[in-house]
Write a protein that binds this ligand. Structure first.
Ligand SMILES: [Zn+2]
Length: 109
């Protein structure tokens, strides 16, 4: 999937030591642990946290979620062009990468 991202996006991630992809280690009744890098001097982090339950989803939905989260990271949780809503911006950018929004497979996502 990563290889399908535009080169400028891959370069942006590779050049930012604050960019990480982590797995959400959640155990029911035990809480969750997510390893994240220290904040940058600017106080920001670009950590994409993925839930293990993505393994149980359809490929289309899992790829959409990952692409959506990568889009947030690329946009630094901001808007994109005419999209001032960051969620709409992430969906629109992910769609240009080939992963359009999919119906949610769980209501409590
Ligand atoms: Zn989002």
């Amino acid at each position: 999937m990563l290889s399908q991202l535009p080169q400028e996006v891959l370069n942006d991630f590779h050049e930012d030591s604050n960019f990480r992809v982590s797995l959400d280690d959640c155990e029911p009744g035990q809480g969750r642990k997510v390893l994240m890098p220290d904040l940058s001097p600017q106080g920001t982090s670009r950590c994409v946290v993925l839930k293990p339950r993505l393994e149980q989803c359809s490929d289309a939905f899992a790829c959409y979620i990952v692409a959506h989260e990568f889009a947030h990271a690329y946009l630094r949780n901001g808007g994109w062009g005419e999209f001032t809503c960051r969620e709409a911006a992430a969906d629109a950018l992910a769609e240009t990468w080939g992963w359009p929004k999919q119906p949610y497979e769980w209501l409590d996502w």
